[in-house]
Design a protein around this ligand. Sequence first.
Ligand SMILES: Nc1nc2c(ncn2[C@@H]2O[C@H](COP(=O)(O)OP(=O)(O)OP(=O)(O)O)[C@@H](O)[C@H]2O)c(=O)[nH]1
Ligand SMILES: [Mg+2]
Length: 421
Amino acid sequence: MLFDEAKIFVKAGDGGDGMVAFRREKFVPYGGPAGGHGGKGGDVIFQVDPQLNTLVHFKKRSHFKAGRGERGGGKNMTGAAGEDRIIPVPPGTVIRHAETGRLLADLTEADQQTVIVHGGQGGRGNTAFKSSTNQAPKIAERGLPGEELWITLELKLIADVGLVGVPNAGKSTFLSVVSAARPKIADYPFTTLQPNLGVVVMEHRSLVLADIPGLIEGAHEGTGLGHQFLRHIERSRLLLHLLNGAAPDPLAEFEQINQELTLFSQKLAQKPQIVVLNKIDLPQAQAHWPAIQARAQALGLPAYQISAVTQKGVQGLIAKLFEHLDDLPQEELFEEEMPVFTLDQSKDHFEIEKLVDGDGWRVTGPRIKQLSIQTYWGVDQAAMRAHQILEKMGVNQALRDAGVEPGDTVFLHDVELEWAW
Ligand SMILES: Nc1nc2c(ncn2[C@@H]2O[C@H](COP(=O)(O)OP(=O)(O)OP(=O)(O)O)[C@@H](O)[C@H]2O)c(=O)[nH]1
Ligand SMILES: [Mg+2]
C-alpha cells in the first residue's frame, strides 16, 4: 500500500558562538581584537529523489537535525559551518506547516531542492565590534538557534503513465515486473485498493507508472473503487489500457472502460492511450489479438501484446512508453502557488505585556528574541550594545510610555533584566 503521509520534526543547526580573543605578537604589548565569528548552522533541505515513490521511510524516523556551527576561534578564525541535512523525498511531495497547514513547498522535478528551516547565524567575534572609540572590545555575540518546525509531508500522485483496465487484467503484476514496487497481486477482482506508484528505469531515464484499482461499469458514478482514483490519473500524460487476455471478451471490456472514462471526464477521454493485451502466454489470449489489433488501428491507437508473467514483450513495451512520452508535452504540475517562506514576517515588530502576577513586564518579538539569545548579558559591553539596539528600535521609549519604572523587572523574552533607566 502506498504510504502517502508523514508528520516529522525538522531542526536546523544552531549558529556557533563568536569568540573574544586578542592578538598576541612578539614585541607588541597590546594586540588588536582577533576573535573569529561562529559558523552558521546547517539548513534542513528537502530534495527530490526520482528513485523514491513512497514516504514509507518517514515511518521509522520522525526527527531530523542539521549540524551546528562551530564557535569562532582566535586569530580571526571563523568557526566551521554546520553540515546541511539533505532529506530525499519522492517527486510529488507537498510540504506543509503542521500547525497552520500553510504550503511550504511542492516538490515535483528531479533533484529540485528547498530549504525548509534555516540554520542559525553564527555570532560575531569581537573583531566585529572594534571602533574608533573601542580598540579592544571584549564583546562577542552568541550564535542564533536554528529554526525548528513540525511539518507534514503528503505524496501527491504524479504519474507519467496511468494504468487503467478491468479488475484482474494484471495491472499490478505489470507494475511489479517493470519497477521495484511490490503491490499485492491476486487472482480475484479488486485486489488493489489504493494506487501504487512505481518508477520504471531504462538507460538513465525514468518514468512513473501508477497502478490504480480496476475499473468496472458504473465507475464514473462511484461503482467499484476506481472512481476516486481516476482523478489521480487525470494528471498523467499517457494512459496504458491493459486488457485481460484471459477474459471471454476483452474487446467488449475495452469499449466499456473507454465509455467509463468518457463519462468521468472529457480530459480523461482525450488523453493519449495505448492498448496492451496481457496474458498472451495463454492460448485464448492469443486468439483475441487480431480483433483487438484491428479495433485499435481503427481508433488510431498503438497496440501491443505482452505477458506480464513470462515478461514476453515487456521490455519492448517499456521502450515504446518512453518514445510515446517523448512526443507528449509535459503536464503542468504546479497546482498551488509557491509562497515565499519566512518564519519571521516582520523582524522588528515587538509587543509589551504587563505581567499579571507582580510588577514585571515582558517584551516579545522576533528581533527581541534574537537579541536576547545573541547577547552575553553578563558582559557589560555586550549589555550596553544590546541597550543601544533597544533604544534604536524604540523599545525603551515604548517601555517608558507603558509606565515602566526604574527597578522594575523586564523580561526580554526569557532573559530577566532590571530596568535602570
Ligand atoms: N497467465 C497470466 N496470468 C497473469 C498475467 N498477468 C497477471 N496474471 C494473473 O492475473 C491475476 C490478477 O493480477 P493482478 O496483477 O492482481 O491484476 P490487477 O489488474 O492489478 O487487478 P485489480 O487490482 O483487482 O484491479 C493474478 O492471478 C495474476 O497472477 C499474465 O501475463 N499471464
Ligand atoms: Mg491490482
